[in-house]
Design a protein around this ligand. Structure first.
Ligand SMILES: [Zn+2]
Length: 301
């Protein structure tokens, strides 16, 4: 009986995934390089995150501005340490549409990925640059009720990804979340949060017109390839102490919850698109203006 129990326990440990920062001689959990051994999809060819090489992105005029519904509404929910991250489930049905999406998607949850005391910790990188933290707002097509149901559809899930950047002063809009982190140090604990809106946590709408789009996957097992990814170019500011506070949390194995990101995955045959025909328009205006100046300089006065 004892042997059976031990073997079962061993099997459970083997199948458990973890981040690279958790892999030690004592802890034989499966780090990112071995996720595919437990979940096939983690080894397929449309995986996330990726490094976005900006000069290889293609402009796509279909990538219009997003329409946000209920993003301004304040909500009450709970902030949970789920053993891998900090997650907030959303019940009030915020919606996104346009932005090149084929239909409306509703927000189900958001969570974060971070480094160690404010060091590099984002999942996506841009031209090789890794930001200190990344926010993922996970949406599913309006017709589905759960994320697992949406994962059966190759475009069932739409994730909005935002980078953070260290700022010299704290971002007071994050106080409700940051001050609650001390209540959820341990795996499986949660604490209520209220008076927060999604709009208060992200960028101003005028700063959400520049983004990257590609087809990818969830960045944790089972790594389902059902995600329409949007990664915004502009960053959300957060103070150094605020960034570091995330590192006070503990993983399910009791070690500091740090470097909670999957390394970037090969792009293979995929194309990354970019929005922002406005940028092109601005360039055209600038070019025309400089040409006019040049012509004037050449003309005899
Ligand atoms: Zn994520």
């Amino acid at each position: 009986m004892g042997i059976i129990k031990r073997n079962l326990f061993g099997l459970l440990l083997l199948s458990e995934w973890c981040y690279q920062s958790q892999v030690t001689c004592e802890n034989h959990c499966k780090g990112p390089e071995k996720w595919h051994e437990a979940k096939n999809e983690c080894g397929l060819k449309k995986q996330s995150p990726i490094n976005i090489v900006t000069k290889k992105t293609l402009p796509d005029e279909r990538l219009t501005n997003f329409r946000f519904e209920k993003y301004q509404d304040t909500f009450s929910s709970s902030l949970k340490n789920n053993g891998h991250s900090v997650q907030v489930n959303l019940e009030h049905g915020p919606l996104i549409s346009n932005g090149g999406l084929e239909t409306k998607y509703k927000a189900m949850q958001f969570h974060f990925h971070w480094g160690k005391n404010g060091s590099a910790g984002s999942e996506h990188t841009v031209d090789g640059e890794q930001y200190p933290m990344e926010l993922h707002i996970v949406h599913i097509k309006e017709k589905y009720s759960t994320v697992s149901e949406a994962l059966g559809d190759p475009t069932g899930v739409a994730v909005l990804g935002f980078f953070y950047e260290e700022s010299s002063s704290p971002n007071r809009k994050y106080d409700p979340i940051i001050t609650s982190l001390k209540n959820i140090i341990k795996n499986g604990t949660s604490t209520p949060i209220s008076d927060v809106s999604l709009a208060s946590l992200i960028l101003l709408e005028k700063n959400m017109t520049s983004y990257y789009r590609y087809s990818g996957s969830l960045t944790t097992p089972n790594c389902a390839e059902s995600v329409v990814w949007t990664v915004f170019k502009h960053t959300i500011p957060l103070g150094k102490t605020q960034l570091s506070t995330f590192s006070t949390l503990k993983f399910s194995d009791g070690t500091p919850m740090v470097n909670t990101f999957r390394p970037v995955q090969p792009l293979y045959q995929r194309q990354v698109y970019r929005s922002g025909s406005c940028i092109t328009l601005a360039s055209v205006v600038l070019l025309t203006a400089s040409l006019l100046v040049s012509v004037r300089l050449l003309l005899p006065s």
